[in-house]
Design a protein around this ligand. Sequence first.
Ligand code: SF4
Length: 235
Amino acid sequence: MTNSTIEQKTKESRRSSAGPSSSVSGQSNEPRPDCPLCPRLKDYRDANRAQHPHWFNSPVPSFGPADAQLLIVGLAPGLQGANRTGRPFTGDFAGDLLYGTLIELGFARGSYEARPDDGLTLVDCRIGNAVRCVPPQNKPLPAEIRTCRPFMKAAIDEMPRLRAIVMLGRVAHDSTLKTLGIRAPDAPFAHGAEHQAGSIRLFDSYHCSRYNTNTRRLTPEMFRAVFTGVRKHLG
Ligand code: SF4
């Protein structure tokens, strides 16, 4: 597919967004705290709430300003990370590399201390997840990814200045493409790959999970190179 065709499809997709159903979310584009749309994930949330009543245990909202030019899309909240703290990538291993890299490249300010009241702010950057609720074993089912996609679409549609999306891992990549109305063969996933989708530049990266970094599938240098490319693109 040519860039111009991808551009047209992206515009159509963003225009045609109906957003989440109002019967689901009330008047907001955010899922309600007890969102029932994925029964398995709701049951898991409820079980975690019973076991850890002081944890967040709800759909985790995006973090960062809606007028940012950069959106980072992860997979889903980690059990003891965002599901516990209520802020994406906060409190588990993946956050150390992500927030350290964002601070280094000027996309975040302050210090990351793995808790939502650490004062860290994002600069021209927003972080969300393809799936808002923690899945067992970090593995959402295809139906759950599909069911949560309208919330991702709503998050994208409320970003008028969006010019770059970093997709952390294949699930985030695939769901973002579907959200934007781009066919997978037109933008295949590979670490370091870039695709132009209308006015938005898409950047692929392996997920900054503990497993990927421990196995050296993703090194801090490889991760930094992705965000250096984003910084060059945004200027
Ligand atoms: S993953 Fe998304 S759609 Fe599913 S229950 Fe959570 S908020 Fe609702």
